[in-house]
Design a protein around this ligand. Structure first.
Ligand SMILES: *Cc1c(COP(=O)(O)O)cnc(C)c1O
Length: 455
């Protein structure tokens, strides 16, 4: 039995603590800097935005952090999430590889995101917060926070990227069913929204703009905090429940992965499944290969720079060192909305930089083809984001076949695609194509990286 299992599993199988990879890294993460002064940020700087308990987790170096009982009691509704052996997919591919997947689509919102939404809502409530603002792209994060907010009587205000707001009425209805208010971003409600609209009244928005609006709305009221659904250390921490359960489940299957795969937008579901395994390796456990898969149209890890940048468009967020395409970069349209972000979690960026993780990127057609193949074999239609992980899994399984190797592959099926039928309809109607981002725009966005923090 691995040391991880002994520490964190309760009798009913649910982990009792999250895993913090910072405790096992050979070097401390780079300092986070203040957006205006470029000096190291202090907990007081972050206090208007986040509950103190979350700020403490953000900078913690403890290996294990207890999951509060009220959080575990809610997560227990769908956790532990099942881990399946994809036997029919193995057969279809005629591969000697053993394919496993952890299925996060069993949560009420249909993805891994409630794992952190519930925790963040809990800590806000504990500290007397009445209202939480946030942004959402495709709608999965807004849905998850709206869902979590109901358990703690919190008002939830969601700035939803305008193009999704118009294209995804069901996601909006989902949030509103839980009493959340959903606002198309850019909006007239904030100075950052108004500034964008003044320049371009037709703006369809972006995640970076929506973050600016949500942050601005949060700091205006004392009873309000802000919540982020990915990228930050505490979000990745909350998601490690995925990998911690998977370690135990692989143990029950009498197996251990040679390869762990996840898709990366902001990096949270990838970190969730991969960090506990990387941690075991760093503490002298088995060597594994981990693969982070991103969209070719928003290739943060494979084409971005590892440099200090803002998390949003209006430069309101702290400066963090991460792989980034530049906060001014707007990726061309594609269907995996949850992966359309210019930056990457600083901790995922760091482990990529340290060489623990191999990033790769795929164009969307290949991913949808893989998703359909997976659906036909396993009966679950993956979220377009998760199709990236599926595509890498199939590629690795076919490599195993070619090389005659029987490796164990574990991937995270971060969510189901039941709200994404338009994307699948477009794919089967032949209306999807692989549009390449403009090299020129990328070069321009990268040249605009903040220089104050260059050192
Ligand atoms: C949001 C989302 C992602 C991307 O976010 P990460 O923080 O990189 O995990 C991936 N898959 C699904 C299903 C999502 O909802």
């Amino acid at each position: 039995m691995s040391d991880t299992i002994k520490y964190i599993l309760s009798e009913d199988f649910l982990p009792t603590a999250w895993y913090n990879i910072v405790a096992d890294l050979p070097e401390q993460p780079p300092t986070v800097l203040h957006p205006v002064t470029a000096q190291p940020i202090t907990p007081d700087d972050l206090a208007p935005l986040f509950p103190m308990a979350v700020i403490e987790q953000e900078v913690s170096t403890e290996r294990y952090i207890d999951i509060p009982k009220p959080v575990r009691d809610i997560l227990r509704q769908w956790r532990p999430a099942p881990l399946y052996r994809a036997r029919r997919l193995e057969k279809m591919l005629d591969t000697p590889a053993r394919i496993y997947y952890k299925y996060e689509g069993v949560s009420p919102a249909g993805s891994h995101k409630p794992n952190t939404a519930v925790a963040q809502a809990f800590y806000s409530k504990e500290e007397g917060v009445k209202r939480i603002t946030t942004e959402t792209g495709a709608g999965q994060w807004g849905s998850s926070l709206a869902f979590a907010g109901t358990f703690f009587d919190l008002e939830i205000e969601v700035f939803m990227v305008k193009v999704s707001y118009q294209q995804k009425p069901y996601r909006r209805a989902f949030m509103e069913s839980f009493g959340a208010s959903c606002i198309a971003s850019p909006s007239e409600l904030t100075a950052s929204g108004r500034a964008v609209l003044e320049k371009n009244p037709e703006s369809t928005g972006s995640l970076g703009i929506a973050i600016s609006e949500a942050v601005e709305s949060a700091v205006q009221r004392d009873d309000t905090k802000y919540a982020l659904g990915s990228v930050l250390n505490h979000v990745l921490l909350h998601q490690t429940i995925i990998g911690l359960e998977a370690i135990k489940q692989m143990d029950m299957a009498n197996d251990y992965p040679d390869i762990v795969i996840g898709c990366t937008g902001g990096g949270s579901n990838f970190a969730g499944i991969a960090f506990p395994f990387i941690g075991e390796k760093l503490r002298g456990g088995r060597d594994i290969k981990t693969i982070a898969v991103e969209p070719a149209n928003c290739p943060t890890l494979t084409k971005g720079k590892y440099a200090y940048d803002f998390g949003d468009t209006a430069s309101l967020t702290p400066l963090v060192k991460m792989h980034t395409l530049g906060s001014g970069f707007v990726p061309p349209g594609f269907h995996a909305g949850g992966l359309r972000y210019h930056g990457m979690a600083p901790l995922v960026s760091q482990v990529v930089d340290l060489g623990y993780v191999a990033p790769r990127s795929y164009a969307q057609l290949k991913c949808f083809e893989a998703g359909i193949q997976f659906a036909k074999a396993e009966g679950i239609i993956p979220a377009p984001e998760a199709n990236h992980a599926v595509a890498a899994t199939i590629e690795e399984a076919l490599r195993c076949k070619e090389e005659g190797r029987s490796e164990a592959i574990l991937f995270n099926l971060s969510g189901h695609g039941n709200y994404d039928m338009q994307a699948y309809m477009d794919y089967s109607a032949g209306k999807l194509y692989d549009q390449k981002y403009s090299e020129e725009e990328l070069a321009m966005a990268l040249s605009g990286l903040p220089t104050a923090a260059a050192g």
